[in-house]
Design a protein around this ligand. Structure first.
Ligand code: SF4
Ligand code: SF4
Length: 399
């Protein structure tokens, strides 16, 4: 093996790229770097050729600010791929580059120490523990002090990290509905590992999803209901990889299929649907629009990343803020922005806290269920836990 672990991926990409430049025009980060995707692959290979040791390689890559910008400034939104006549796989390229960056120590620890979601403590589990948020009564396939593990479930519910941590009442309300409509239910309240992939721990992310798959298999559930399109995509791949015969459905599709009756009226404001960039082919968008009774052909749908993808905030917070602003700018004054992924909801709420505007920001489940996110409390609690009695412990755990 050469100095770069993933050089095969760069050779492959280089062979498939004609350097037409269309991808560059689709992306502010590539424009700033003045690179095409093919340039990224070539620059990595050139750095390897010019290096005799790992230390030299690390220095050569670090000295190439354009390359670092292009690799670490990527949201994995695939907007560039949509302009590429060859459909070159940007995610494959950048995920591999992040793996090499991680191995070379080119991603600082503070960028990922709090999102190692396959370890005991990450920002979500710490938040839940400190603020008393737990679902041991609903993760019924796991033995607890109060009850032995059960099997024979019909359905498993996968809320994802953001919803499970920041919307406990909403999570419980959705879970109750999933059980009411789908039969005996349990909860998989683990992460899909997207933050690991962004940090260059691709294999660990896949292992995490594979472990989730085995847990679902043991529960006996035949259907996995995911809230976030990204979780659904990753769990589909993991279930296939591990040969576990469980159907993955979005919550929206599940609710559509079971004739769910919303528990509240839609708001009077215009709705602007923020399509998740993880919803590559628009399937989840279609299901969400059907559930809300919204015409998906209207111009009230906007595409692209909310700014949370690819852990860009840990590299360039201004780029994340600008991306959130860019997407929110499509929503007309006074409207309600409706997100499909709870992390998008979080990201917009975070941005609107420092740059308020006349918009409502709701995850689509908030338009259907009684419980709501309370972002003011969430951000207060997220901030205060670093200063309260757990501050020293958190600083030590995430050092
Ligand atoms: S659009 Fe595709 S073929 Fe053109 S430069 Fe980008 S990756 Fe290469
Ligand atoms: S996936 Fe998105 S952020 Fe990444 S290079 Fe392509 S357009 Fe830019």
């Amino acid at each position: 093996m050469g100095l770069l672990e993933r050089s095969d991926a760069y050779w492959k990409f280089t062979g498939q790229c004609t350097q037409c430049g269309h991808c560059t025009k689709a992306c502010d980060s590539l424009i700033a770097a003045d690179m095409t995707l093919g340039d990224i692959a070539q620059a990595l290979l050139a750095a390897e050729r010019e290096s005799e040791t790992v230390d030299q390689l690390r220095m050569n890559i670090a000295a190439n600010g354009q390359l670092v910008q292009a690799v670490r400034g990527c949201f994995f939104c695939t907007s560039c791929k949509n302009t590429c006549f060859a459909h070159n796989d940007v995610c494959d390229l950048i995920y591999n580059a992040r793996v090499d960056f991680q191995k070379l120590g080119l991603i600082p620890r503070e960028a990922w120490s709090s999102v190692l979601v396959d370890e005991e403590w990450d920002i979500f589990t710490a938040y839940r523990a400190i603020h008393g948020i737990g679902y041991s009564d609903l993760t019924r396939h796991v033995a607890t002090e109060e009850a032995p593990a059960q099997t024979g479930f019909d359905v498993a519910f996968f809320p994802g990290c953001s919803l499970a941590a920041y919307g406990p009442e909403l999570t419980r309300e959705i879970f109750a509905t999933v059980e009411e409509l789908g039969g005996k239910a349990t909860m998989i309240d683990h992460c899909c590992g997207s933050s690991l992939k962004s940090a260059g721990f691709f294999d660990r992310a896949e292992t995490l999803c594979d472990n989730n798959s085995r847990e679902i298999e043991q529960s006996g559930a035949k259907q996995l209901v995911c809230v976030c399109p990204g979780c659904a995509n990753d769990m589909k791949k993991a279930l296939e990889r591990t040969g576990v015969d469980v159907e993955v459905v979005s919550l929206a599709a599940f609710l559509n299929e079971h004739g769910f009756t919303p528990k509240r009226e839609l708001p009077d404001t215009p709705l602007c649907i923020s399509k998740s960039c993880q919803d590559r082919d628009g399937t989840y968008l279609e299901q969400t629009c059907e559930l809300l009774g919204v015409d998906e052909q209207t111009p009230t749908i906007f595409h692209g990343c909310c700014g949370a993808g690819g852990a860009v905030s840990a590299f360039d917070p201004d780029r994340q803020a600008a991306q959130a602003d860019s997407k929110l700018s499509f929503a007309e004054d006074g409207s309600t922005v409706v997100t499909m992924c709870p992390t998008c909801t979080y990201t917009y709420a975070f941005r609107m806290m420092s740059a308020p505007r006349n918009l409502q920001n709701k995850h689509y489940t908030e338009l259907l269920f009684e419980s709501q996110f309370d972002w003011s409390t969430v951000f207060y609690q997220l901030n205060s836990m670093w200063y309260g009695e757990y501050g020293a412990w958190l600083a030590q755990v995430f050092a």
